[in-house]
Design a protein around this ligand. Structure first.
Ligand SMILES: [Zn+2]
Length: 117
C-alpha cells in the first residue's frame, strides 16, 4: 500500500482534472494536488455541484482519512492495487464489482420500460 500522502494526491489529481474539464476550475494545480487544501476547502469548491464523479472521488478522500481506503466496501477484502492505480475511487474488489454489475443488469432487465428505481 502506498503512503497516504501519495494516495491523496493521486485522488486529488483526478478530482482536479475532472473539475477543470467539467467546470473550468481555475485554482492553481499545485496547491490543489499537493494537498495544501483541507477537506472542507475542497468541499467549498465542490459546493452545489451534483456530480457522481465528484462524489466518488470525494468518497475516496474520506475513506483515506478514515483508513478504510483500498478495502472493498462489500466484502472488506483488499482491492487489487493495480485497479486502484487506474481509478483510486474504486470501492469494490474485482469479485464484488462483477457480482454487482451483473445484478445491475438483471435489475434493469426486469424493470418495465420507462420505470425508474
Ligand atoms: Zn469485495
Amino acid at each position: 500500500m502506498k503512503s497516504k500522502r501519495v494516495l491523496r494526491s493521486a485522488i486529488l489529481v483526478r478530482l482536479y482534472d475532472h473539475l477543470t474539464d467539467a467546470y473550468g476550475l481555475e485554482s492553481p494545480r499545485e496547491s490543489f494536488v499537493s494537498g495544501q487544501l483541507a477537506l472542507r476547502e475542497i468541499d467549498a469548491l465542490l459546493a452545489f455541484k451534483s456530480d457522481p464523479r465528484i462524489d466518488e472521488l470525494r468518497g475516496a478522500l474520506e475513506r483515506l482519512e478514515q483508513g478504510s481506503f483500498g478495502t472493498c466496501i462489500a466484502c472488506k477484502k483488499e482491492i487489487n492495487q493495480d485497479l486502484l492505480e487506474v481509478d483510486p475511487a474504486m470501492r469494490l474488489c474485482e469479485r464484488c464489482e462483477r457480482l454487482y454489475s451483473h445484478m445491475r443488469i438483471m435489475t434493469q432487465q426486469s424493470m418495465p420500460p420507462g420505470q425508474v428505481l
